[in-house]
Design a protein around this ligand. Structure first.
Ligand code: APR
Ligand code: PHB
Length: 388
């Protein structure tokens, strides 16, 4: 079989790229390791920058997002038992869209199926060959082995995927920071404590109040790195969450049974360059950010925007300028979002070694942040998404 762009991975990166390419007549095939139900059952974050919203619209998959998503003009930072609102719209003229990544993935999968585009689910043992020459990919399905030749490979297979591992050792440099704590998160069919997100700094640790809709809430609390989910009853979670929120927010928390509870570890990771031969790495395959800045999904969309423009240029007039510039352009924006996510994480979490001095420094930084228009604007600019 032959295609123009072979996409490994059917997460938000692969699906968004596939839809944009199909929209301008560029043939592409997606190979995905898991089955469709598993793919659509994953629980992930859900704050979209305006640029990501626009890209989803360009892919023709934004209808349900506009119908069911929640546009937010601001969010709150809580510390010292007080809430401080960051007015994103007043400070930047922009807003964010609260819409679950799970829903976005579902919209793109359905759009792809409706368009009759090829996705091979449960593609096992995907392997990349001759990535700096005439690339082709092999995989197994139903006990049969298959081969697809292509012009380019887009490695959209996440942190644990095969694409990054297919680049010869030494050709890539990686940068990593692992944080000494995790996030214990719950999803519950209860109304959110506030109509906007609350990022809380507290001496007991960080907490985040988020939502998927006005009837479904998502909450997180910072937990030790070796914590066990089974040690956390719903009751214990709600009590700890409320302890970390200002009194007015704690009183507004509606509790209820959680239908999802999990722990995510926090790390920052970047690999350079994001391209080797005809293989371009996209999204989590090339970089991971802690969720504190809500940048994971938006960085994946940002990479897709740059790669799409490089491929469009190549198939329009044979110029490789855009493809050659992909890694540099994507990394420039990636590192700024990695810095922002690291900064939000450092400012809002309790670090074991930080001690009382560390807590005071955090509070002083937060106090400056919420009382300085310049500092709030810097935060808002990064949160709504820096220019491309
Ligand atoms: N072969 C085929 N598919 C694979 C392989 C493989 N060897 N390895 C992984 N995959 C698939 C996974 O099953 C997954 O569906 O690649 C997909 C990668 O999707 P994501 O991990 O969601 O990565 P990405 O599309 O880049 O999206 C980044 O996801 O994790 C969040 O915070 C992150 O929001 C960000 C977004
Ligand atoms: C979420 O809703 O899951 C969420 C929102 C904002 C973040 C992280 C996660 O920064």
């Amino acid at each position: 079989m032959r295609t123009q762009v072979l996409i490994v991975g059917s997460g938000p990166s692969g699906l968004l790229l596939g839809q944009l390419l199909a929209g301008i007549g560029i043939d592409n095939v997606i190979l995905e390791r898991v089955d469709r139900d598993h793919l659509l059952s994953r629980v992930r974050a859900g704050v979209l920058e305006q640029g990501t919203v626009e890209l989803l619209d360009e892919a023709g998959a934004g209808e349900r997002m506009h119908a069911e998503g929640l546009p937010h003009d601001g969010f709150a930072v809580a510390f010292d038992n007080r809430l401080h609102r960051i007015d994103l719209h007043a400070l930047t003229g922009k807003r964010v869209m609260v819409y679950g990544q799970t829903e976005m993935t579902r919209d793109l999968v359905e759009k792809r199926e409706k368009a009759g585009l090829t996705t091979v689910f449960e593609a096992a043992n995907v392997a990349l060959h001759d990535i700096s020459g005439s690339p082709f990919v092999t995989y197994e399905k139903d006990g049969q082995s298959h081969r697809i030749d292509c012009d380019f490979i887009a490695g959209c297979d996440g942190y644990h995927g095969v694409s990054r591992r297919s680049v010869p050792g030494g050709a890539l440099q990686s940068f990593e920071r692992v944080y000494p704590f995790g996030w214990l998160g719950v999803l519950a069919e209860v109304p959110p404590a506030s109509h906007e997100l609350i990022y809380a700094n507290h001496e007991l640790g960080f907490a985040l109040c988020s939502m998927r809709s006005m009837t479904r809430s998502r909450y997180y609390i910072q937990c030790p790195i070796d914590e066990k989910v089974e040690d956390w009853s719903d009751g214990r979670f709600w009590d700890e969450l409320r302890r970390r929120l200002p009194a007015e927010s704690a009183a507004a928390v509606t509790t209820g049974p959680s239908f999802e509870k999990s722990i995510a570890l926090l790390r920052s990771f970047v690999v350079e360059p994001m391209q080797f031969g005809k293989l371009s790495l996209v999204g989590d395959a090339a970089h991971i950010v802690p969720p504190t800045g809500a940048k994971g999904l938006n960085l994946a969309a940002s990479d897709v925007r740059y790669l799409f423009s490089g491929l469009r240029e190549f198939y329009a007039d044979g110029s490789t300028a855009g493809m050659d510039a992909y890694s540099g352009r994507a990394l420039a924006r990636v590192w700024k979002a990695v810095r922002f996510s690291w900064w939000m994480t450092t400012m809002l979490h309790r670090f074991p070694e930080g001690g009382a001095f560390g807590q005071r420094i955090q509070e002083a930084e937060l106090d400056y942040l919420v009382h300085s228009r310049a500092a709030s604007t810097a935060l808002a600019e990064n949160y709504v998404g820096l220019p491309y």
